[in-house]
Ligand binder design. Sequence first.
Ligand code: EPS
Length: 386
Amino acid sequence: MATLSYRTAGESHGPALVSIVEGLPAGLSLDMDVINGELRRRQGGYGRGGRQKIETDTVTFLTGVRRGQTIGSPVTIEIKNRDSRLDDTPALVKPRPGHADLAGAAKWLSTDCRETLERASARETANRVAVGAIAKCLLRAFHIQVVGYVTRIGMAAANVDGAASAENLLAGVMNSEVYCPDVAASQKMIEVIREAKVQGDTLGGIVETRVFGCPVGLGSCAHWDMKLDSRIAAEVMGIQAIKGVEIGIGFQAAMLPGSEVHDPIEFDPKQRNSPNLGFTRPTNNAGGLEGGMTNGQPVVVRAAMKPISTLLKKPMPSVDLNTKRADKADYERSDVCAVPAAGVVVENVIAFEIARSMVEKFGGDSMTEMQTNYRNYIKAAAALGQ
Ligand code: EPS
């Protein structure tokens, strides 16, 4: 079975971030505007810190690409760090509650948390956004759109129309400094971030991603680790500061009877040859996934981000790892709120998982082969029954 995979490497203040992506079919056009545009969006969003004023994240392809297209060999991506000074970074001996500092220092037998935090830093998410943006280029060839947005920052919550189109959501996101399609809520979110900054505090929130246009049958119920919902949850939970992941109505399903949770199945012959094969659902509580497989409805994923653990004016109680005496946690330059940026990361790792499931189902060494396989599947599936 053809599959797609990636690894990332790089420290926050090392010379560069790199990723290797394997399994991309040959002949995939890599749109630099899309890839660098996603990196730019990750750097933005109201509430970001000083580092983003130093960096202009852009991708260089070191391998696997010729004249803007993949050639079937591993693709290596480089994103240079302008703030490259790893050897000169100071020791950090008073771990920040909530960060990887304490556990990492003990794990690697050190009293200096620096080496842990350099890799644990959310700077690494630039890698995952670049990889996800490549996945978006692949999904575009199959008219699959992935849209992410913010639904909550601290106590400021948005109201997002569950039936909104990808285009409407995108337009709303592009117009908002916090990447939230609800105009009034965006304003409130900016206010709560501003207030947190004045207080020297930080804020978390909730982000949501919807994937439009997935064909029925991506993922598999054959094995737990082939279920698309399990893979998406693992990818999203692997993002720095994410503490919860929901699919569809998620935890709310536990409170309602089955008759109010499950989405009735209807058939519209006009849509028979489309990715949903004509099977429409008046509701989408399942978030587009049943039995770990896409059911033709938009895939809906929500993630909760905790507030950033580096606090400027009110460092949390901690302990000096050298003296073991009580002290305040160290301060490192940081963000007040990175929820909008996290939304971009979530959206892109989900794009990667959808692309991986597409490659597994439709495979092939080239885009031409993969597109032929896709068309044949829709044709065969649409021809079933009367
Ligand atoms: C980040 C870069 C980092 C942090 C932030 C995310 O750069 P620096 O440490 O030089 O300011 O701003 O990382 C964290 C919040 C964290 O806890 O590690 C980025 O590019 O996203």
